[in-house]
Design a protein around this ligand. Structure first.
Ligand code: ZN
Length: 321
């Protein structure tokens, strides 16, 4: 049913009409990882990934309809009342290695800039992101009723302090061995420090995403402050530039608070992005910018519907991580 709505909307030129009528808004896309096309049906691939070919087609759509700007420039121009028509910024959360090997070649092909928000703790340890580890555990435990009850879940990750969940993940990992396939490691591993040089060329800028990707609301005030500051310092160390952009892990309105925004202001962060779906007008709080999340389920038509706000209007919430 949804597919028919989006196909009709695209065929009738609905997206092109929105680009014309609501052109003075900043639209920000939230990506995470890019996977090989042949992995798209694997149940362990997170729903917030997109395939290489889908990403290529989405950038081709942006080339036709949008003016893609680096997020830092778009934010400055939004604030300065100088945003060009049909402005879009591309962002990636977390810092997957596939951003370099799969996304960056396609960004270069279209000459499009992007911002990558790094959860810095995993760049040195090489450990998979905790939300991916719990999802792999959930995947592996399907059909194991007894073990399933003891295994940490995505729900735990979203509700408990991160250190508690990581301890449970480590216990489980230790008990069951490290059951990752080569495809899983290649697809899900974080960027390494020595790979940062691969982004030379100026198309990619980096922002902070907390150090250990904790969901701020689950942590103590001191930990929240330390997580934000540490990630900013680490990104500065990795890139040689103090970041001015931040992305809240999980990014829903209840995942962060006014205190966190105060810490960001103190660290001279100019803008922070959430996972609340929507476009951004001039009067939007720059520390609560909205984004449209893109995932495996997007067809070309539903991507156009998402980016032009129709999907949000129809009340379809997308998952963010
Ligand atoms: Zn994230």
């Amino acid at each position: 049913m949804k597919r028919i709505v989006y196909a009709t909307y695209s065929a009738a030129g609905g997206d092109r009409l929105v680009w014309r009528l609501a052109s003075r808004r900043l639209r920000i896309l939230a990506y995470h990882g890019i996977c090989d096309d042949e992995l798209a049906r694997e149940r362990w691939v997170p729903p917030y990934f997109v395939t290489r070919s889908a990403f290529d087609a989405q950038l081709a759509y942006l080339k036709r309809h949008a003016c893609v700007l680096p997020l830092s420039e778009a934010v400055a121009r939004l604030r300065g009342h100088d945003l060009p028509a049909r402005a879009v910024s591309i962002t990636f959360d977390d810092g997957y290695a596939n951003n370099l090997y799969a996304a960056y070649p396609i960004l270069k092909k279209y000459g499009m800039p992007a911002t990558i928000f790094l959860a810095t703790a995993y760049m040195d340890s090489g450990e998979l992101f905790p939300f991916d580890r719990v999802q792999l555990i959930e995947h592996l435990m399907r059909g194991h009723a007894t073990a399933h009850r003891e295994a940490p879940s995505l729900r735990d990750y979203e509700r408990a302090p991160l250190d508690d969940v990581r301890r449970r993940i480590d216990d489980w990992w230790h008990r069951w061995g490290s059951p990752l396939t080569a495809d899983q490691v290649t697809t899900l591993r974080p960027l390494r420090r020595d790979e940062m040089a691969g982004f030379s060329g100026g198309l990619v800028e980096f922002g902070a995403h907390t150090h250990s990707h904790c969901i701020l609301r689950n942590e103590t005030e001191a930990r929240r402050r330390a997580e934000i500051r540490e990630s900013i310092l680490r990104v500065a160390d990795l890139t040689g530039r103090t970041p001015t952009l931040f992305s809240y892990p999980n990014g829903k309105p209840t995942d962060f608070g006014e205190d966190d925004k105060q810490v960001l202001r103190g660290a001279r962060i100019a803008a922070a992005v959430t996972t609340t779906a929507g476009s951004n007008r001039r009067d939007r709080d720059l520390l609560e910018l909205r984004r449209y999340s893109v995932g495996l389920l997007h067809t070309p038509q539903s991507f156009a519907a998402a980016l032009t706000g129709v999907q949000t209007l129809l009340g379809i919430a997308r998952r963010g991580a």
